[in-house]
Ligand binder design. Structure first.
Ligand SMILES: [Zn+2]
Length: 138
């Protein structure tokens, strides 16, 4: 190891492990390095195994990347998929099938996702997924 050689260090600015150039040595150890990505110079930090910025500890101001499908998005997709299904009023006395749409007085229009034997249905509404009581199936 010598000055100007490449070394992998944790970059304190980029918050990930990156290739750095050695700036200063102490004995045979790098003590100061320069990040080849942000050109920032800082003390050598052992790599932390972080190679993806999203894995780095988050600052409060950082925008969290949204990868999770929200209930609303899921609901929209499913409603579009079943736009020709009959819409039934919700009643505990009615029986429902998966794929049927229901109109609920409080939650709006939902889609029956599955039947839970003997008398419950799981329904996706725009704001949340609900377990509702229905008439027992035969
Ligand atoms: Zn950097």
């Amino acid at each position: 190891m010598k000055v100007a050689e490449e070394i992998i260090s944790f970059c304190t600015k980029c918050k990930i492990d990156l290739a750095h150039a050695v700036v200063a040595m102490q004995g045979d150890r790098a003590v100061r390095v320069m990040c080849k990505t942000c050109k920032g110079e800082h003390a050598y930090r052992a790599p932390k195994g972080i190679t993806d910025p999203s894995m780095a500890p988050k600052k409060k101001s950082e925008r969290v990347s949204k990868t999770v499908v929200t209930v609303a998005e899921d609901w929209e997709t499913k409603m579009a998929l079943h736009k020709n299904s009959p819409v039934k009023d919700y009643s505990t006395k009615n029986q429902y099938k998966a794929g049927e749409r229901i109109e609920h007085p409080s939650f709006g229009t939902g889609l029956v996702e599955k039947l839970i034997h003997p008398n419950k249905i799981e329904v996706i509404f725009k704001t949340e997924i609900k377990m509702l009581i229905c008439a027992p199936s035969n």
